[in-house]
Design a protein around this ligand. Structure first.
Ligand SMILES: [Zn+2]
Length: 485
C-alpha cells in the first residue's frame, strides 16, 4: 500500500444489486480449494523464497527483474497459461548507493538519523546545506507565505504540517510547487522513531525529484522544532543514489483459461515491487505469495472455472500505482470485459473479508459466497474508503470496474510498513494461509458464476460514488498530478 491513510468510517446504504450464484458443485470445489491451501499451502514458502532469496524489490532494480522471472516460473510450475511479462516504462529507477548522512550545524552540532527519500537525486559532493525553514502547513498558500526564505535553504515539514485529513494528491501538487522555488533540499520529519527508516517517494511518478530530499527520525524532527522555536537552525545533508533513466519494467501476467472464453474475466492483482529497507515479506510478499498459491490451488481442480481468472503482479505500486495505471491504460478497451478485480495488499494478519472500495452493491453480490467466507472467519465487508486511492484497484475502480481489496487487520502491518523490519520472520503461516484461502474462494466463486459479479459504473456513476465519499477533490488532484489515469 502506498501510504498510511487516516481512519474515516463511512456509512453507506445497500442498493439493490445482482448476486454471484454458488451451486452445490461450486461449493464442493471451494471446499477442495480451501483444503488444498489450508493443508498443503505453499504461500508461506513462496513468501520466504521471494523475501529471503530475492530480497528487496525496488521497481526496475535487478532484484525486481529477478522477482518477475521467479514469479513467471512459479506460475508455469503451477500449470498456468499465457504466462508473460507486459512492459511499461518508468521514468527512472532509483536505489540508495550509499547511506545518507546529515547534521545540524548550528546552534548545536548534532548528527541526524537521516535517510534519502525515494527517487531523490544525489546531492552534489559535500551535500547541501542552509537555514532550516519549517512549513507549519503544507497548502500552497502557506508555502507561498514563506517564499522569501525557501530558495537556497532547507525546507522541513512533518506530519503536523500535513493536517488531520491530508489530500494526498494535493500534497504532491504542493511538493511540485515547493520544488519550483528551488530550495537547496527538502527534509521530511518521519513518524517513525530515530533509526527506523520509513521509506517513501517524493513526487510519486517514478521521476527523479528536482531537489534532493531526505527523511529524519521522529525524535530528531522534534528536536529540530524545539530549536527552531528559539532561533535559526542550519543543517547539512548528503545523499548518494543510483539512478537509471527510462527503464522498461514488467508487470507479470498469467491465466487460468475459463470454460467459457466469451465471458468477462476475473482479475486478481498484487504488487511485486517493495521498498528497500526490508525485504518486503509483508508489503507485498504476502499478496504475491497468496496470488501464486491461489493460482496453484485453483489450477489443481479437475476442471477450470467458468470464467478466465487472470493473475497480474504489478510493478511501481510504491511509486504511485504506476504498474496498475499502465495496465489499465494498456487494456482500456478491455476493461468492460473484467467482471471484477480483487487486490491483495494489506499483509498477513487474519483476513476479515473484503473492502468494498465505494461499491456497497458488492455486499449483495457476495451474499452467496459469505457462508464459505464465514467458515474462514472472513465473511465481513468494510465500507471504509480510506484506502480508495492507495493501492492497485484504484485505476480500475475509477473506470467503473467492480473492485475488492482484501480486508485484514493492519495494526501489525503499519508497524512494519516500508521499514527494515518488514522481513519474513514477521509472517505467520496460518494467517497467510487463511488470507490466501479467502482470496481463492472469492475469486473462484465469482469466476464460476454465470451471473456477473456487479455492474460496471458509468463515468457519471463513478463521480456520484466519489462525491458520496467526499473524494472528488482527491480524485481530481491525483489526476492533475498524474497518479490516477
Ligand atoms: Zn503495498
Amino acid at each position: 500500500m502506498r501510504l498510511t491513510a487516516l481512519l474515516l468510517a463511512a456509512v453507506t446504504a445497500t442498493a439493490a444489486a445482482q448476486t454471484v450464484s454458488v451451486s452445490p458443485e461450486t461449493r464442493a470445489e471451494l471446499q477442495q480449494i480451501t483444503g488444498n491451501i489450508m493443508l498443503s499451502g505453499q504461500a508461506y514458502e513462496y513468501d520466504r523464497e521471494l523475501a529471503d532469496t530475492i530480497g528487496p524489490r525496488l521497481t526496475g532494480s535487478a532484484n525486481y527483474m529477478r522477482a518477475a522471472e521467479w514469479a513467471q516460473a512459479k506460475f508455469r510450475e503451477a500449470g498456468l497459461s499465457n504466462v508473460h511479462p507486459e512492459m511499461w516504462t518508468i521514468a527512472a529507477t532509483w536505489e540508495p548507493e550509499a547511506p545518507a548522512s546529515g547534521h545540524l550545524l548550528t546552534p548545536v552540532d548534532h548528527t541526524l538519523h537521516i535517510y534519502a527519500s525515494g527517487w531523490s537525486p544525489s546531492t552534489p559532493p559535500g551535500g547541501v546545506s542552509g537555514t532550516v525553514v519549517y512549513l507549519k502547513s503544507f497548502d500552497i498558500k502557506s508555502i507561498d507565505s514563506q517564499k522569501a526564505q525557501i530558495p537556497g535553504n532547507i525546507v522541513f515539514f512533518d506530519r503536523e504540517s500535513l493536517g488531520e485529513h491530508p489530500d494526498f494528491g494535493a500534497i504532491l501538487l504542493g511538493l511540485e510547487h515547493l520544488d519550483q522555488m528551488k530550495p537547496a533540499g527538502v527534509v521530511t520529519g518521519s513518524s517513525s522513531k530515530n533509526g527506523a527508516e520509513n521509506a517513501g517517494a517524493g513526487g510519486e511518478l517514478g521521476e527523479i525529484d528536482p531537489v534532493p530530499a531526505a527523511q529524519i527520525g521522529l525524535e530528531d524532527g522534534l528536536l529540530l522544532k524545539r530549536l527552531l522555536d528559539r532561533g535559526p537552525v542550519t543543517m547539512q545533508f548528503s545523499t548518494t543514489n543510483r539512478i537509471r533513466e527510462r527503464v522498461q519494467v514488467p508487470n507479470v501476467v498469467a491465466e487460468i483459461p475459463g470454460r467459457d472464453p466469451a465471458l468477462p474475466i476475473v482479475l486478481l492483482g498484487a504488487h511485486l515491487d517493495s521498498w528497500h529497507p526490508g525485504t518486503g515479506a509483508q508489503d507485498n510478499g504476502t499478496g504475491v505469495a497468496g496470488l501464486l498459491d491461489a493460482a496453484r490451488a485453483i489450477k489443481a481442480l479437475p476442471q477450470p472455472p467458468l470464467r478466465t481468472i487472470r493473475f497480474v503482479l504489478f510493478g511501481g505500486e510504491e511509486e504511485g500505482l504506476l504498474g496498475s495505471n499502465a495496465y489499465v491504460k494498456q487494456h482500456l478497451a478491455e476493461l468492460k470485459n473484467i467482471d471484477a478485480d480483487l487486490i491483495s495488499d494489506t499483509g498477513a494478519q487474519p483476513a476479515e473479508g473484503w473492502y468494498l472500495m465505494g461499491r456497497d452493491d458488492e455486499k449483495a453480490a457476495l451474499r452467496n459466497v459469505k457462508p464459505m467466507l464465514d467458515s474462514l472467519s472472513a465473511g465481513g465487508t468494510s465500507d471504509n474508503v480510506d484506502f480508495l486511492f492507495d493501492t492497485d484497484h484504484a485505476a480500475f475502480d475509477v473506470h467503473g470496474v467492480p473492485s475488492l481489496v482484501l480486508w485484514t487487520g493492519v495494526d501489525k502491518y503499519f508497524t512494519l510498513h516500508h521499514q527494515a523490519s518488514d522481513t519474513f520472520d514477521s509472517i505467520t503461516e496460518r494467517d497467510l494461509q487463511q488470507g490466501t484461502a479467502v482470496i481463492a474462494v472469492t475469486a473462484f466463486a465469482i469466476a464460476n458464476s454465470p451471473e456477473p459479479f456487479a455492474k460496471h459504473l458509468s463515468d457519471k456513476e463513478v463521480q456520484e460514488m466519489l462525491k458520496k465519499y467526499n473524494k472528488v477533490d482527491e480524485w481530481k488532484s491525483n489526476r492533475e498530478h498524474g497518479t490516477l489515469p
